[in-house]
Design a protein around this ligand. Structure first.
Ligand SMILES: [Zn+2]
Length: 651
């Protein structure tokens, strides 16, 4: 068939194939290196589901005549959508459902759904040029989330997506952000398009549009677009035209600012209970921007739900008491309330729906980073979450507290650890260490998450002791310990361990029985808080003990380590050429994934100067963004270190 050259693949290796599964006439197989057939069942299940789901959603048959999914033991990216021969790194395709965590299975469901969506979005219809790569990637990501939500509704995939949206907002709040779509004139620019703005901001604005137009109107526009351009190339305008025809709305006008301009708005609300004032500004952590957007806002109040299109600087809104903006939490904007309204929203937090709870906590943290809310007030918000049942909603709270733990003055750190223990302790006690009958996957995930938070962030000695016992049992008999609890125990043992634990993790890494275990034990080895073991990991990267596919995240983890990062950074600088030769091309940028958390002013200045003198090849935009995110956190430390502690009061 007619297809772009970048989708042609020829794969040579010692591989075995599963028996084909017949999916409405399409044979679907998993290929893997010998001995891993028992890890392929889950991928075949989600693969067959996705193939049927997309055939129905798009109303267009799968464009190939067979579909092979191939697990490659050392693969630079997550996966690649070659037509009918999709390649994956092993952690994105092979899994033991019995011993893995929900996050590990969900990652496979995500990546498989994403790649199969590409068979239509990308392979059947392809962007004309790299400026339009978001047409491929944002759509495949959007379809991935829809598909996995349908596959496992109990996993609440759209709620979990809030984390990806928040990360994209963290980048998009920078002066060094970029529009989703921009002119691409060099291979480096094309390569740098594959970032969270393309994937996650792109997906967020598509979701916002789908909610606005309605799911069925949106679907029919997409189906018409694919049918009209099958075996051809497109521009973004072709998509807007199809959606305009389907909806009768001026889709191109609405989407213009969201796609062709960087940044996004924050809405600041003030008011007395029936008349509110909403001020729009461009949200920036540092400096200020002057752009404005047409923001489709859903809200709720004592008078019920409502919607308003916020445009320009100031919008007046008549609504009942207890106003909440961003109802359902799907908007790509931040909200800030005046003091009176904020206290009300925080006190009602447990009564909001999960997406809204996420948004309130996440907005509060963004306002802390911007210097518009103090850390104590954020702690006060977190304290309302003690009974929170959704692991996804815990993430912005524990993420923010973990950032505060990095900048708090040493004398106040025990106090902050106590805050974490008080916060997660009661619910962790109720959940215990063993699953109960009738629990969902997310209930189990929550148990693991709280054990980790209590043991690592809360430094709870009892949790550390129990984790050590569970770890030994788990190594002896995997089926005696729940997968989430076992994974949590490994993380706690690693974060509180030393040289002896490190040796065991390295050995376990070498003999791991599944791709997930391999990553788990390598990550555990990286997180041991000991400069000497960190130096050993640097050697393992250079001598090839660590697969090249894993070198970027391993190095990033070493540099970002709360306690040993600064010493390891010095070492990495000494071995710079050797170290930076290890990541596969186009993944080098991931080495600086965690430099933003190096908020010690002298370390941050050193990293910035070093990267200016020793730029990573092909990493210009991302380096600028990571350095700016680092400056944001240097500012966080400056503000919060002197005032965060038991004596402070929130404002
Ligand atoms: Zn993709």
């Amino acid at each position: 068939m007619i297809m772009p050259t970048y989708l042609v693949a020829l794969i040579v290796g010692e591989l075995e194939a599963t028996d084909p599964v017949d999916v409405s006439g399409v044979p679907l197989r998993v290929l893997h290196v010998p001995g891993k057939a028992h890890l392929s069942e889950f991928a075949l299940d989600i693969g067959a589901f996705a193939l049927r789901y997309f055939t129905e959603y798009f109303g267009i048959p799968y464009p190939g005549d067979k579909l092979d999914m191939i697990a490659i033991p050392d693969f630079s990216h997550g996966a690649m959508e070659n037509l009918g021969a999709i390649t994956y790194r092993e952690t994105a395709l092979l899994v033991d459902p019995e011993t893995s965590t929900q996050a590990e299975r969900a990652r496979i469901a995500d990546v498989v759904a994403h790649e199969i969506a590409h068979m239509w979005f990308g392979d059947l219809v392809t962007m004309r040029w790299w400026n339009g790569v978001w047409l491929n990637e944002a759509f495949a990501s959007f379809m991935e989330t829809k598909c996995v939500e349908a596959y496992r509704p109990d996993w609440k995939r759209w709620l979990a997506f809030a984390g990806e949206r928040a990360y994209a907002m963290d980048i998009d709040a920078l002066e060094s952000t970029r529009p989703i779509e921009f002119d691409v004139e060099s291979p480096e620019q094309a390569s740098e398009m594959f970032d969270s703005l393309t994937y996650s901001k792109g997906q967020s604005v598509l979701r916002m549009l789908e909610v606005y137009l309605g799911e069925e109107v949106f679907r029919s526009g997409i189906a018409a677009y694919l049918a009209a351009h099958a075996y051809g190339n497109t521009e973004t305008a072709d998509l807007w035209r199809a959606l305009e025809t389907a909806s009768g709305e001026a889709v191109g006008d609405i989407m213009e600012a969201w796609v062709n301009r960087g940044g996004f708005p924050r809405l600041t609300v003030s008011g007395d209970g029936d008349t509110y004032r909403i001020e729009q500004e461009q949200f920036r952590y540092l400096g200020s921007g002057t752009d404005r957007w047409e923001v489709p806002v859903l809200y709720s109040s004592g008078d019920g739900p409502g919607r308003v299109l916020v445009a320009g600087d100031v919008t007046r809104l008549d609504a009942g008491p207890e106003l909440l903006l961003n109802r359902r939490g799907q908007g790509f904007y931040r909200v800030r309330y005046d003091a009176g309204l904020f206290d009300g929203v925080v006190s009602r937090l447990p009564d909001l729906v999960a997406g809204e709870r996420y948004a309130v906590v996440s907005d509060a943290w963004a306002n802390v980073l911007a210097g518009d809310l103090d850390g104590m007030s954020f702690v006060a918000v977190c304290r309302r979450l003690g009974d929170e049942p959704e692991p996804a909603v815990w993430e912005p709270a524990l993420g923010g507290l973990s950032e505060l733990d990095r900048v708090v003055a040493p004398g106040a750190r025990p106090w902050l650890q106590g805050v974490v223990r008080d916060l997660v302790g009661p619910l962790a006690d109720r959940l215990g260490w063993e699953p109960q009958p009738g629990e969902s996957d997310l209930d189990r995930k929550l148990r693991g998450r709280l054990i980790t938070a209590r043991g690592i962030l809360g430094r709870d000695t009892e949790t550390a002791k129990l984790a050590t016992e569970v770890f030994e049992t788990w190594l002896d008999r995997r089926d005696a310990v729940d997968g989430e609890v076992g994974a949590a125990a490994v993380a706690v043992v690693a974060a509180t361990g030393g040289a002896a634990e490190f040796e065991r993790f390295v050995e376990l890494y070498r003999t791991a029985a599944s791709p997930q275990d391999e990553v788990r034990f390598l990550r555990a080895a990286v997180s041991v808080p000991d400069p000497a073991t960190a130096a050993r990991v640097v050697e393992m990267v250079i001598d090839g003990t660590v697969r090249r596919q894993d070198s970027p995240w391993v190095l990033a983890g070493l540099i970002g380590h709360r306690d040993t990062g600064p010493a390891t950074w010095e070492l990495i600088k000494h071995r710079w050429d050797e170290v930076t030769a290890t990541p596969p091309p186009q993944t080098t940028r991931r080495v600086i994934d965690y430099i933003p958390y190096r908020s010690e002013p002298e370390v941050a200045a050193d990293i910035e100067a070093w990267l200016q003198d020793h730029p990573l090849p092909g990493v210009t935009k991302y380096a600028a963004q990571q350095i700016e995110r680092m400056r944001v956190r240097v500012g966080l430390r400056e503000r919060e270190a002197p005032r965060l502690g038991p004596g402070a009061s929130s404002s």
